[in-house]
Ligand binder design. Structure first.
Ligand code: CP3
Length: 343
């Protein structure tokens, strides 16, 4: 079974010999080879540099044995295309946070193929290269709620209290902002599929900050609209929420092909709930990549066993690779996935 077939079959809940494996943030500072390409180039500049972005996207295949490639970029790249003045230090910083209806209405609504054409050039180049190796290419987008967290707050935050204040005091502004971001996300993901992405992941990292009731009111409708409008015949949709143990049912209800979960929950229980409805992705704690090779193998066997309760399982971390991750730990993680086939 080649890597593309294994990955797409696991996403759709069709039989496979073992779970496919890749890692969120697999191209990153933990690799000296990445740091070399990145040297002297600002992060956004790197995202726009087609040759460099293609090069670092491919690095995890050989260097750590990953079995899928996610294109190198950031969830805020298309937002810059909407006219938002944005910088990375190292997280996203917005010069004029969006706090009024007027500011929402000033956002432009461009065709992403025109506002961020380099994204699609990166994807087309990667797909041509990966086709030779039978490795799947993944696209991605930030989900409206997580994008709004930074756009309203202006920067990263532990609680995103400015965003939450808007939710309670100016719901019409937040609703309009989420609506605009949902339209953009649908257009962006479909353009990525058009350019060669074979699966797409929606990152709603911060949606787990909400109560189950607020998640249903604010997040679920955006996910449902995206799940209904993305070309799923051509590319399965993976939905990621960090610390989302209390919203697993809502994630399933949105109707993606795969739900991607972190380590702060009982993965076996989540997989049982997913059952025949949806596949699961996850969920090793990224800091466990510091453990011994034997311990990483033991944990992967446990996660794979738990994942069997769902119709399909894609092995991954519960969040992105940290910059201090040992590359040997990442290699042990992907080797452990391959060892599952032979028991
Ligand atoms: O998975 C991948 O390798 C694909 C590329 C990717 C990046 N960011 C590259 C990046 C993806 C999918 C993201 C998603 C992203 N970006 C999310 C959602 C997922 C998550 O990690 O929670 C969020 C919330 C962001 C916003 C963001 N971008 C933050 C908070 C930061 C700084 C902190 C950090 O983790 O480094 C970034 C910068 C960023 N995005 C870097 C990379 C490789 C680091 C830039 C550098 O090398 O200096």
């Amino acid at each position: 079974m080649n890597r593309t077939d294994r990955f797409l079959r696991a996403c759709r809940g069709e039989p496979v010999d073992r779970p496919p494996v890749w890692l969120m943030r697999q191209a990153g500072r933990y690799l000296p080879e990445y740091r070399r390409v990145r040297e002297g180039v600002a992060f956004l500049e790197m995202c726009r540099d087609v040759d460099r972005a293609v090069e670092v996207s491919l690095q995890p295949l050989e260097l750590v044995g990953s079995e899928a490639v996610i294109f190198f970029s950031d969830i805020f790249v298309p937002v810059a295309g909407m006219g938002v003045d944005l910088d990375f230090r190292p997280g996203p910083v917005v010069a004029d946070p969006i706090r009024s209806l007027d500011a929402v209405e000033k956002l432009s609504d461009p065709d992403p193929r025109e506002s961020v054409p380099f994204v699609f050039e990166i994807l087309r180049n990667l797909r041509a290269e990966l086709e030779k190796h039978e490795v799947p290419l993944l696209g991605f987008a930030g989900a409206p709620f997580t994008l709004a967290c930074y756009l309203v707050e202006g920067h990263g935050s532990r609680h995103f209290s400015v965003l939450k204040r808007m939710m309670y005091r100016e719901p019409a502004v937040l609703r309009e902002l989420l609506g605009r971001l949902t339209d953009m996300t649908v257009a962006y993901l479909n353009a990525q599929i058009e350019a060669g992405a074979q699966a797409v992941q929606l990152f709603d990292t911060w949606a787990g900050l909400l109560t189950p009731e607020d998640y249903r009111a604010w997040v679920l409708p955006c996910h449902q609209r995206i799940a209904a409008a993305v070309d799923r015949e051509r590319a399965p949709l993976i939905l990621y929420v960090q610390a989302g143990g209390h919203v697993v049912d809502g994630m399933i209800e949105a109707g993606p092909d795969v739900i991607s979960l972190d380590w702060r929950l009982d993965f076996a229980e989540a997989a049982r709930r997913a059952g025949s409805r949806v596949s699961v992705q996850g969920n090793l704690d990224p800091t466990a990549l510091h453990a011994s090779r034997e311990e990483i193998f033991r944990r992967v066997r446990g996660i794979a066993e738990a994942g069997k309760a769902a119709r399909g399982h894609v092995l991954n971390l519960g969040h992105g690779c940290h910059p201090d991750t040992p590359a040997d730990g990442v290699r042990a993680f992907t080797d452990a996935a391959r060892a599952l086939a032979t028991g």
